[in-house]
Design a protein around this ligand. Sequence first.
Ligand SMILES: NC(=O)c1ccc[n+]([C@@H]2O[C@H](COP(=O)([O-])OP(=O)(O)OC[C@H]3O[C@@H](n4cnc5c(N)ncnc54)[C@H](OP(=O)(O)O)[C@@H]3O)[C@@H](O)[C@H]2O)c1
Length: 257
Amino acid sequence: MQFPYPIGMEGSGLIHKVGKDRVDFKEGDRVAFVGVTEPKGGSYAEFMALGRKSLVVAIPSKMSFIEAAAIPVSANTMIKVIKALKLNPDDTLFIAGGSGSNGTFAIQLAKDIGCKIAASASKKNHSYMESLGVIKSVDYQDPDWIEQVLEWMPGGVDAAIAIQPNTSMLSMKVVKDGGKIISVSGDQFTTQRNIKSIYFPYKMDVNEELIGIIDKIASKEINITIEKVYDFEDGLDALEKVRTRRARGKSIIEVNK
Ligand SMILES: NC(=O)c1ccc[n+]([C@@H]2O[C@H](COP(=O)([O-])OP(=O)(O)OC[C@H]3O[C@@H](n4cnc5c(N)ncnc54)[C@H](OP(=O)(O)O)[C@@H]3O)[C@@H](O)[C@H]2O)c1
């Protein structure tokens, strides 16, 4: 890539021009997308060139571009994570980091399957997580949060999703012997008690499921939360906020108003 290089992996907008590789869209189509590292730059820009390997999906006319931009990466990741865990109705699940953008999707997708969910966040986010489907909320700052989960589910939960970095080892303590754990942050850890660490492929091949989620968001069956919409000029503030790992849901940068 050539510098200066605009960053940003995902976004939404109008198709301006169609190249020979993307005959599936036409000028003026409203879309959301996840771009792989594109040579011409990322989504913090007025225009972005999306190649064949990028994930581009149409969005309904009633969905705003702000909402649409909040969906693709987190939804794509959580569709894959939930699939990889092969969860069954009534399975119990622990989510480390239930109030962020990934957790918001993970809770609702697992609830849809019929799972019973425990999740962690600080107290101010407990009622939020419960409104999405969490039965047992714990505060990761409480020294006894692990005991609280084990009291709720003696013997441990069937599976855990460690969303926040450095949460895998502790999350494993609430998983039953022979259960499953998946880390989305790239934590390196060794499993114990026959717990399986599940791998999920990061590929852009979930169009159908993503379109299904977008439709459910448009019809308010699935909720998304936008922490704040920033003007492009305030983009650095958005990155600073995300870096604190205290945002609820997604932060959006609006380039074209
Ligand atoms: N592999 C992939 O495809 C992929 C894709 C996207 C993201 N990711 C990974 O996902 C992670 C970020 O997820 P995200 O965007 O959902 O996070 P996020 O938006 O940064 O999540 C912030 C939320 O997590 C809570 N939180 C912060 N620290 C926590 C902790 N130690 N335990 C439990 N909750 C905690 C905060 O709640 P309080 O304010 O209440 O503390 C806040 O509401 C990163 O590790 C990123 O690399 C991976």
